[in-house]
Design a binder for this molecule. Structure first.
Ligand SMILES: [Zn+2]
Length: 88
C-alpha cells in the first residue's frame, strides 16, 4: 500500500500557492486534489495557507459594503433603536 507517497507532499505543497491562485494546470490540480483527499497533513497546510492568504491579501480598493450586508446592518440598527426605546 503506498496510498501516501510522501515525496509528493513537498512537491505538491510547493505548488500550493499556484493552486490557490488558480494558476495550476487542470492535470496538476487534479493530482493535487487527489493527494489532498488522502493526506490530512497537506489538507491542513492548504487550509492554513488559504486562511493566511485571505488575511494578508488586502483588496486594492476598499469596496463598499455589499448591499445585503449594508441592508442587514441598517435593519440591525433600526432594530436596535426599537429595542432601546421601550414601549412602556
Ligand atoms: Zn501530503
Amino acid at each position: 500500500m503506498n496510498e501516501h507517497i510522501h515525496k509528493n507532499c513537498d512537491e505538491l505543497l510547493g505548488s500550493l500557492s499556484a493552486y490557490i491562485d488558480g494558476e495550476l494546470g487542470p492535470e496538476l490540480c487534479e493530482e493535487l486534489e487527489r493527494h489532498l483527499a488522502g493526506c490530512d497533513n497537506c489538507r491542513v497546510v492548504l487550509n492554513t495557507t488559504k486562511r493566511t492568504i485571505d488575511l494578508v491579501q488586502t483588496p486594492h480598493e476598499k469596496p463598499d459594503l455589499p448591499h445585503d450586508v449594508r441592508e442587514r446592518l441598517f435593519k440591525r440598527l433600526n432594530l436596535d433603536r426599537y429595542l432601546t426605546q421601550r414601549p412602556e
